[in-house]
Design a protein around this ligand. Structure first.
Ligand SMILES: Nc1ncnc2c1ncn2[C@@H]1O[C@H](COP(=O)(O)OP(=O)(O)OP(=O)(O)O)[C@@H](O)[C@H]1O
Ligand SMILES: [Mg+2]
Length: 598
């Protein structure tokens, strides 16, 4: 772990060297001041000469200026080093995160991941910068001040040092307690952030259920816990600071009394006496630094360990060794006895075998939770089957690099996710280099023209966080426009037209039909009338293909398919969704197939 951290200094060795050199020099000057004062009192003062005194003062002034400059350098360079390391770590953490697969994200909360990339690494940066510098300077001034004190007056030095174990004990006890207090604070802060994000992110649900008072209560509790945790930390901080101050002053008083005795006895000069008193302060200063290091170290180390754990996460899904870029695919998709479960103990798909010829449109129907969306996820290798194989154009999909495979698959998913930018950015996300003409063509194809005409700034309209400023149907058409722009040979449409009114749906269907020409299309449909002309309809039941054939054949011979049409199947009798209800697809009642019988 330590080696790993040291590795991160390697690119910044020059900076580290400069920082440490300046810090050491400044520390040495700090040590030299008491001696200069001693010389001044013992040798210059008795001479009674203004000229020399002023020269000495000027010299001291210059040295002070030098030291001030050095301190600026240390603060600036030290932090520069810290943030250089922090920035590097953050970039690597983010890059790694983008490589991890769906399954991993299923298991990790976004809020915590955000904290890892932001707060954790900030702590690491702090320690990375203060750690070596503070430790070095602390040790140096500690040892240096002690050596000078011994050199000035041994018995007095011994007297001073007696208090050190006491102070160290104090620091250790309070340091440990402070660390725990800070951990509690950070724990509370995590809770707090989660609360805040949940409530604000879900404010529409909160208000729809008029649960504001409930949310306020929950927040007030988290807020109060946070206050308590912080208060405890500050109580400890106050106690530690008081004890530390008292310890230091106590030593000063003892040294003053004992020193005065030595001065009276003639074994100590006045100048050395003053220098000694000044050195006592220098001697104890590192203890404060060490206390600060004790406090920040555990946090930084914990952050760094979490960072390492993150980097150690091997992406479940990556390019197989020897994977090649997929050629332009014609789109023959074959599932061969594919079984899969998000949790291998609970299979979602069981031995699914299905072949879709290039240019065919195959519709997937079945009850909610049957595994339709899951089957789609496997085609783009977002999850890996536990057994069986998926081939495209005869090649197992793992032969292809992920990027080249996914580039040829267009997906319109059940819950459309839009980014907080403009309409243009959201559509062009499919092909960032697309020109205006291509974007407008996609807009037309996805039947978004009317919407665009209504918007004062057209494509530059900001769609809000996750696209909240658009209706469900509009969002879905943006998703469709993306696929038009991408123009892939394989289309996966997950209930692609569910949130559209009948008129728009018909137009989008027409557009999709023209898009589908010459492409392989897998479409999941809940409104069965939209897929009656599919080349083949496959009925999925509990992860198994139970029926397959044309609409007419299935109506004649398939009981499961007939049941879907009749609304007689499992949990299918609701048929509540009004056509084109502007709800997000996920919010729709399952399987609005009851309407099929009207
Ligand atoms: N990311 C996930 N992690 C764990 N389980 C999941 C995940 N996604 C879906 N499931 C489970 O897998 C099963 C199949 O889900 P899937 O989304 O494939 O159903 P579906 O047929 O698309 O249903 P719907 O018609 O409601 O969209 C469900 O039992 C669901 O709870
Ligand atoms: Mg689904």
């Amino acid at each position: 772990m330590f080696d790993a951290l040291v590795d991160h200094y390697r690119p910044h060795l020059r900076l580290l060297g400069l920082d440490l050199a300046a810090a050491i020099l400044s520390g040495l000057l700090e040590l030299a001041f008491p001696l200069a004062i001693a010389a001044f009192i013992d040798h210059l003062l008795p001479l009674g000469q203004w000229g020399l005194t002023l020269w000495a003062a000027a010299g001291l002034g210059i040295v002070y200026c030098l030291n001030a400059g050095l301190m600026t350098v240390v603060i600036y360079l030290g932090h520069k080093l810290g943030i250089a390391i922090e920035t590097g770590l953050r970039l690597r953490a983010f890059e790694h995160l983008t490589r991890l697969s769906f399954g991993w994200f299923d298991r990790n909360e976004t809020g915590k991941l955000v904290a890892r990339v932001t707060r954790d690494l900030e702590e690491v940066g702090e320690v990375a910068h203060h750690g070596p510098e503070d430790l070095l300077i602390a040790l140096m001034t500690f040892a240096g001040a002690f050596a000078l004190m011994v050199w000035l007056h041994l018995p007095l030095a011994v007297l001073t040092v007696v208090i050190v174990p006491l102070m160290v004990a104090l620091l250790t006890i309070y340091g440990g307690r402070m660390t725990r207090a800070w951990q509690a604070i950070y724990g509370q802060l995590g809770q707090f952030n989660v609360r805040l994000a949940e409530t604000l992110g879900g404010i529409r649900v909160v208000q729809a259920f008029t649960n504001e008072p409930h949310e306020r209560r929950l927040f007030a509790r988290a807020n109060e816990d946070y206050r308590r945790a912080k208060l405890e930390a500050y109580r400890l901080m106050a106690a530690a600071a008081t004890l530390q101050y008292m310890g230091l002053r106590l030593v000063q008083v003892v040294v003053m009394v004992a020193g005065a005795g030595f001065v009276f006895a003639g074994s100590l000069s006045t100048g050395d006496f003053v220098a000694f008193l000044l050195l006592v302060t220098v001697f104890f200063r590192p203890l404060e630094k060490i206390a600060a290091v004790i406090e920040t170290y555990p946090r930084g180390i914990a952050g760094f360990q979490r960072y390492q754990a993150l980097l150690a996460e091997v992406p479940e899904i990556a390019d197989a060794p020897g994977a090649v870029a997929a050629p332009a695919l014609s789109g023959r998709i074959a599932f061969e006895r594919v079984s899969f479960g998000y949790d291998p103990a609970r299979p979602v798909l069981r031995e699914v075998s299905l072949t879709v010829e290039p240019g065919q449109t195959v519709a997937l129907v079945g009850a909610s939770g049957a595994g339709k969306t899951t089957l789609f996820s496997l085609v783009g290798r977002f999850y890996l089957p536990q057994s069986g194989q998926i081939r495209i154009d005869g090649q197992p999909i793992e032969r292809f690099t992920l990027a080249s495979l996914r580039a040829q698959i267009g997906v319109v998913s059940q819950d459309v996710f839009l980014f907080g930018g403009t309409l243009r950015e959201n559509i062009a996300y499919a092909r960032p280099e697309a020109d205006e003409a291509a974007i407008l063509a996609a807009v037309r194809a996805a039947q978004l023209e009317d919407l665009l005409a209504d918007l004062p700034v057209g494509l530059e309209t900001v769609v809000g966080e996750r696209g909240v400023l658009l209706s469900g149907g509009q969002k879905q058409r943006v998703a469709i426009a993306r696929v038009f722009l991408r123009n892939p040979p394989i289309l996966l449409l997950d209930e692609a037209t569910s949130a559209l009114d009948r008129a728009t749906e018909r137009r989008v269907q027409a557009a999709l039909a023209s898009l589908a020409r010459g492409r392989t299309v897998l479409v999941i449909a809940h409104r069965l009338e939209t897929i009656r002309h599919a080349d083949r309809i496959v009925v999925l039941e509990d992860g198994r293909i139970v029926e397959s054939g044309s609409h007419e054949a299935l109506l004649a011979g398939g009981s499961a398919y007939r049941a879907l049409w009749g609304g007689l199947g499992d949990g299918l009798g609701d048929g509540l969704a009004p056509p084109g209800a502007g709800l997000g697809a996920e919010a729709r009642p399952v399987q609005a197939v009851g309407r099929g019988s009207t």
